[in-house]
Design a protein around this ligand. Structure first.
Ligand code: A2P
Length: 277
C-alpha cells in the first residue's frame, strides 16, 4: 500500500509542472498519443512557430519533471511542412526518459531544445535515381518524415522503405504511415507510383521473414521488386536502426563501394542510429 501511494505521488510529480521550464528551450503541448505495443508508442506535439528543420533531422526532447531534465535525441517523424511534430518512441522500462515519457497524455508539456540536426537529409546525398531507406525498429522515424516530403519525389524516381521488426505488431506504425502517405493530398499521387514498402519480421512469421541485410545480400529484395542490384551510380541509401544493424548495413554499402556522405560532403549513403531510452 505504501509503495502504491509512493508510485502515485511520483506519477503526479512527473505530470505536474512543479519545475520551471529551463531557459532557452521550447515548451510544447502534447496533442495526441498512440500506443502500438507494450514497447512502442507515437506522440505528436505542438510545433513552435519559429522552429525550422529539414526532413530526417533529430532534436533533443525531455520532460519538465526535474530541476535538471534529461534530454534524449528523437528523430522528427513528421515532414518539415507539418504544423505538429511527430515522434515515434520505444518504451524502456528503466529508461531515464522513456519510463516517464511513455505515460504522457494530451495536454502535458514536452520540452525541446531549439536546434535540430542530423545526417539523414537530402543535403547529405548526391543526386540519384532511387532512394533506399533501410530501417529497423524505431529507426523508421526519420523516414516517416522523408517519405512525406515533396522534395523526396522531386529528387528520386523510386523510393523503397524497408522496415525490419521482431514482431508483426511492431510493423503497424509503418503500415499506417504508408497508407496515410498514399492518401496525402501533397505527395499521395507521386507516392502511389513511386513509393514501395518492404516490411520484414524476424521473430514471428509474416508475409516476409528475415533480416533486411540478408535480403540485400541474397538479392531477394531486388528480385521481388523487379529492381537491379544496388549500384552507387544510381542508388542512394539512408540507414537507421540499432547499432548492430548499422554496422552490418554499412558493411554491405562498403562492399558495393558506396561512399558515406555528410552535410558538408554529400555522397552515396548516410547513417544514423535510432535513438532509445
Ligand atoms: P533479430 O530479431 O534477428 O535480432 P531490436 O528490437 O533489437 O532493435 O531489433 C529490431 C529488428 O532489427 C529485429 O527484427 C532484429 O532482428 C533486427 N536486427 C537486429 N540486428 C540486426 C542486424 N545486425 N542486421 C539486420 N537486422 C538486425
Amino acid at each position: 500500500m505504501l509503495n502504491k501511494t509512493t508510485d502515485i505521488m511520483l506519477e503526479q510529480a512527473v505530470q505536474s509542472e512543479s519545475y520551471p521550464i529551463p531557459p532557452g528551450v521550447f515548451a510544447e503541448t502534447v496533442r495526441s498519443v498512440q500506443h502500438y505495443t507494450d514497447r512502442l508508442f507515437m506522440f505528436r506535439i505542438s510545433r513552435p512557430r519559429s522552429f525550422r528543420f529539414r526532413s530526417g533531422e533529430f532534436v533533443m526532447i525531455g520532460l519538465p519533471n526535474a530541476a535538471r531534465p534529461i534530454y534524449r535525441a528523437y528523430s522528427i517523424a513528421s515532414p518539415s511542412w507539418d504544423d505538429e511534430l511527430e515522434f515515434y518512441s520505444i518504451k524502456v522500462p528503466d529508461g531515464p526518459l522513456t519510463k516517464h515519457l511513455q505515460k504522457i497524455q494530451p495536454g502535458d508539456t514536452i520540452i525541446m531544445r531549439r536546434k535540430p540536426t542530423g545526417t539523414l537529409v537530402h543535403d547529405a546525398l548526391l543526386p540519384g535515381k532511387r532512394l533506399y531507406l533501410f530501417s529497423t525498429g524505431t529507426g523508421i522515424a526519420p523516414f516517416a518524415s522523408i517519405v512525406r516530403d515533396p522534395e523526396t519525389y522531386d529528387k528520386f524516381d523510386r523510393i523503397v522503405l524497408t522496415h525490419t521488426c521482431r514482431q508483426v505488431a511492431e510493423l503497424k506504425y509503418g503500415e499506417e504511415l504508408i497508407a496515410q502517405t498514399m492518401d496525402d493530398p501533397l505527395v499521395g499521387d507521386q507516392a502511389k507510383e513511386r513509393l514501395v514498402h518492404y516490411p520484414t519480421t524476424t521473430q514471428e512469421s509474416s508475409q516476409r521473414n528475415g533480416r533486411i541485410t540478408g535480403h540485400i545480400a541474397s538479392g531477394r529484395i531486388f528480385e521481388e521488386l523487379g529492381l537491379p542490384p544496388l549500384s552507387r551510380t544510381v542508388d542512394r541509401c539512408m540507414i537507421c536502426g540499432s547499432m548492430s544493424f548499422l554496422k552490418d548495413a554499412k558493411r554491405l554499402m562498403e562492399d558495393r563501394a558506396f561512399v558515406e556522405g555528410s552535410n558538408s560532403k554529400p555522397a552515396d549513403y548516410v547513417v544514423e542510429r535510432a535513438f532509445v531510452g
